[in-house]
Design a protein around this ligand. Sequence first.
Ligand SMILES: [Zn+2]
Length: 278
Amino acid sequence: MRRNSFQIGLSAAGLLITFLATSSHAAKSSRSSGDDSPITVVIDAGHGGHDRGGIPGQRVAEKDMTLDVALRLRNILSANGYNVVMTRSTDVFVPLGGRVAIANSYRNAVFVCIHFNATPRSGASGIETYFYSRNSLPLASAIHYYVAGGAPSENRGVRRRGYFVLRKTTIPAVLVECGFLTNPTEAAYAQSAPYRQKLAEEIAAGVRRRNAVGSSFGTTRVATAESIPLQPYIDQTKVSSSKKSRSKRSHKKSARKKKSSSKGSGSEASAKSSDREG
Ligand SMILES: [Zn+2]
């Protein structure tokens, strides 16, 4: 009698496990509309160790800010059931090739690189998000939508550029620049823990909504407004510098933006590019 009920219990548990496995598989299939649903998030905190990030003489070390946001993002995503992998979780130097190798060792994964911007011109400000491969665009759009929407900073748009960590990764990969540490206002934001928590929460929201963006817009239609208004897709390699990246989302600081970003954002980013890849 006792044994029978034990056996019934066991088989019921087996059925339950089978049901859960089946239904979660079904949910995954329908959510991803045919693609593998990324369930691992590889978080890459920019710089580290002897590589401080930013530009020479910069007061706030980029490597510390990126790590803090990355650790907060890890906590949020882990709490939301994601498998999270960090390319670094302490103040150590990890070569770019090592970061890419970590990312590429996971299937069903996405790669999120966290950086802060820097330029000698202290007036430069704002959030910008980079991607390279087409299949990274939905993730880039979603992350940028939330981070730029949640931050009080200027929206510098989603941009395509061949940064090493974006170009060499085989999984969807995005690099988000969470503001300029060379800008006094944005540096002050970055040094506040609640603000870094907010950044992490917005990045996490983008990761969570990446599939909604992907299935709503597909891979070729990227700039139409439906459930989520997106940044227009701007291929910076094909835009002349005079027409660079005007956001369609209205923004509070447009006057300041007009003054500060009519020239030079490309060259700043190029300078950053060589800095980052060197
Ligand atoms: Zn950086």
